[in-house]
Design a protein around this ligand. Structure first.
Ligand code: GDP
Length: 301
């Protein structure tokens, strides 16, 4: 059994490769829920839906958000009637979100995801990190902003001074999944807003210390491949580099995968983590995703 810790862009790319080379029934994916909230009356768990769509081949993998070839009739109509929504939710994607919202009238998020994963024919397990909603604030030079306001309304432009989020309880099954795994893969996801929330759950870091853990750096050189990870790391006083990412996981990490372009930084990462693999980590096509997944799996003892 392999457990993957995931956000909603970098790690799903790796999942596309992983599901081609190992039996999906061998995969448990623990997904970040930090940004979950209600929008236009529906519960939006963007990272979970991205993982569900990735594993069922429905994902719009240009945006890493929503379903491919979706239409936006409801979104446009909402705007026409004076009820614009911050997130651009597609019609089919909205159906998933409505279903989840309805399921959550009866069940917790974990069970709602389990039902949706089953409906989509998935053999892997997709577990939200928590059934509780987090309160996340991006502290900027414009004041404290809600996460989606920072990301979408302000296009991640303000200077970030701090990232604050409330502590929530782990969803049932997370610690067991880690304990029962041969290895845990921390995908190349935002270390501050996708991975740290999972690591902050009670018992997670302790469980990871007793399991083989490999992480793939989402930072190449001194920048993120996409998104605001560099701004967030900077704000927390962490060096924006593969070594900076390694330092955030150093108390439990066994192996770090860094990009071939960072070959000159291997020595520095090696001072933090014993085993460092240098390879191409840019996943811009299926072959690159499969190759990276294969190298990771081959290096798990
Ligand atoms: P979010 O939930 O949309 O923020 O997505 P994630 O946290 O899963 O992923 C965002 C991170 O993925 C960013 O920090 C990117 O640098 C990283 N990323 C995206 N694509 C790639 C890739 O092809 N290779 C690597 N190494 N990192 C990537």
């Amino acid at each position: 059994m392999i457990t993957v810790l995931s956000g909603g862009t970098g790690t799903p790319k790796l999942l596309q490769g992983l599901k081609e080379i190992i039996d999906p029934s061998e995969l448990t994916i623990i997904v970040n829920t930090l940004e979950n909230d209600y929008f236009a009356g529906v519960y939006v768990s963007a990272d979970i839906d991205t993982v569900l769509y990735t594993m069922s081949d429905l994902i719009n993998d240009e945006l890493w958000y929503g379903i491919k070839d979706d239409t936006f009739i409801t979104h446009e109509r909402l705007e026409e009637i004076g009820c614009p929504e911050l997130l651009r939710i597609g019609d089919k994607d909205r159906a998933t979100k409505i279903q989840k919202t309805l399921l959550m009238e009866k069940y917790d998020l974990t069970r709602a995801c389990e039902i949706q994963a089953k409906n989509m024919g998935l053999e892997c397990r997709v577990i939200p990190m928590s059934n509780e909603n987090s309160d996340i604030k991006i502290v900027t030079d414009m004041g404290e902003l809600e996460f989606h306001d920072f990301l979408i309304k302000h296009r991640s432009e303000p200077e970030v001074l701090d990232v604050k989020f409330s502590k929530v309880s782990p969803a049932e099954g997370i610690i067991d999944a880690i304990n029962n795994s041969d290895a845990v893969i921390i995908g190349p996801s935002n270390p501050v807003t996708s991975i740290s929330p999972i690591l902050s759950l009670e018992g997670v870091r302790e469980a990871l210390k007793n399991t083989f853990v490999v992480a793939i750096s989402p930072i190449i050189g001194s920048g993120a491949v996409s998104g605001p990870a560099n701004k967030f790391m900077n704000a927390l006083g962490v060096e924006v580099s593969a070594a900076g990412v390694a330092s955030m996981y150093s108390d439990f990490l066994d192996m770090m995968v860094i990009d071939a372009k960072d070959d000159d930084k291997k020595i520095k990462v090696n001072q933090i983590i014993n085993k460092v693999i240098v390879t191409n980590t840019i996943m811009n096509n299926l072959d690159a995703k499969k190759n990276l997944a294969k190298i990771i799996i081959e290096n798990i003892p």
